[in-house]
Design a binder for this molecule. Structure first.
Ligand code: AMP
Length: 278
C-alpha cells in the first residue's frame, strides 16, 4: 500500500495512473462503516485512495478537535486488509501552510448549511467544503464517495460540485449500522459502557418516527413524542426534524424522499443519525 504525505509525489503518481480513481475522504479512526465505503469503491473503480486528515477548519473553538481519536497505524493496517491500495495523510503544514486565518474558503449555500448541524456549528460546513475542494484538486479523482451518515454534508458537497462545476461524480454510500442499530461513528469510542447501551435508542426513535410518518399522527406530535422519549432515555437532543432529502427544508407533511434527522448529546458525546421515510 502506498502512503503519500506530500502533494508533489501524489500528483506524479496520479499523472501516471490509468483507470478510474475513487477518493474517500476520512478523518481516520476507521471503523466498519468506513471500510464499507472502501468495498463500495473497489467495486466501482480500479483505484481507491483514502485520505486521512483531521481537518481543524471544520471544528469550532469549543469542539473536540484536540481529543478527536487519532489511530494512524491501526487505520493503515485496516485499510491494507480491506484492499485499499493508496492513502494520503497530509498534515496541517501541508493543508494550511499560511495558517488558518485569512485564507480563501468555500462558502456553502445558506439554505443547506445553516440548518440542522450548521445551526449550532458556525463555520463547520465552510471548513468541510474548503478541505474537500482542496482534496479534490490535489487528488483529482473521477468519483468521490461520501456516506449518508453525514447526510447534510453529502447534500452540501453535491451542491458545491454542481455550483462550482467540479469534474467529479459524487457517489453516496448507505449508512452502516452496528447489529443493535447504532450508526458506526468514530465518536462512539467516547461512549461509556452505560452510554453505549443507551445509544441505539437514537436510531430506534428515528426508525419509529419514519414508520409512523404518513399515518394519523401529525408530524409535530410525532416530533414531540420522539423528543420526549430521547430525553427520558438520557439524551439531550440538539434537533429532531423531518426534512426534505434534497432541499433540507422542514416538512410538516411527509413526502417522497423525506428524512428524519437527529443530533443528540449522550454525556459528552454528540451523536447524529438520519432515517429515510419509507
Ligand atoms: P469521517 O471520518 O467521520 O469524516 O467520515 C468519513 C466518511 O465516512 C464520510 O463520508 C462519512 O459520511 C462516512 N461514514 C462515517 N460513518 C459512516 C457510517 N456509519 N455509514 C456510512 N458512512 C459513514
Amino acid at each position: 500500500m502506498a502512503v503519500f504525505k506530500d502533494i508533489a509525489s501524489l500528483r506524479q503518481w496520479r499523472q501516471n495512473l490509468r483507470g478510474t480513481l475513487v477518493l474517500i475522504p476520512t478523518m481516520g479512526n476507521l471503523h466498519d462503516g468506513h471500510l464499507a465505503l472502501v468495498r463500495l469503491a473497489a467495486a466501482r473503480a480500479e483505484h481507491v485512495l483514502v485520505s486521512i486528515y483531521v481537518n481543524p477548519l471544520q471544528f469550532g473553538p469549543r469542539e473536540d478537535f484536540a481529543a478527536y481519536p487519532r489511530t494512524l497505524d491501526r487505520d493503515l493496517q485496516r485499510l491494507h486488509e480491506a484492499g485499499c491500495q493508496t492513502v494520503f495523510t497530509p498534515d496541517d503544514g501541508l493543508m494550511y501552510p499560511r495558517g488558518r486565518q485569512d485564507i480563501c474558503v468555500v462558502m456553502p449555500p445558506h439554505s443547506l448549511s445553516k440548518v440542522l448541524c450548521g445551526a449550532n456549528r458556525p463555520g463547520h460546513f465552510a471548513g468541510v467544503c474548503t478541505v474537500l475542494s482542496k482534496l479534490l484538486h490535489i487528488v483529482a479523482p473521477e468519483i468521490l464517495i461520501l456516506g449518508e451518515k453525514d447526510y447534510q454534508q453529502l447534500r452540501i458537497v453535491q451542491q458545491m460540485v454542481a455550483d462550482l462545476n467540479l469534474n467529479v461524480q459524487v457517489l453516496p454510500a448507505p449508512l452502516q449500522r452496528e447489529a443493535d442499530g447504532l450508526a458506526y461513528s468514530s465518536r462512539n469510542a467516547f461512549l461509556s459502557p452505560t452510554e453505549r447501551r443507551i445509544a441505539p435508542l437514537l436510531a430506534e426513535t428515528l426508525f419509529d418516527l419514519a414508520r409512523r410518518s404518513g399515518g394519523r399522527t401529525a408530524v409535530s406530535d410525532l416530533r414531540m413524542a420522539g423528543w420526549e422519549s430521547l430525553e427520558q432515555s438520557g439524551f439531550l437532543p440538539d434537533y429532531l426534524e423531518l426534512r426534505d432529502g434534497q432541499t433540507l427544508q422542514p416538512l410538516s407533511v411527509p413526502q417522497t424522499g423525506a428524512r428524519w434527522f437527529a443530533a443528540a448529546h449522550l454525556g459528552q458525546t454528540r451523536l447524529i443519525d438520519n432515517v429515510i421515510v419509507p
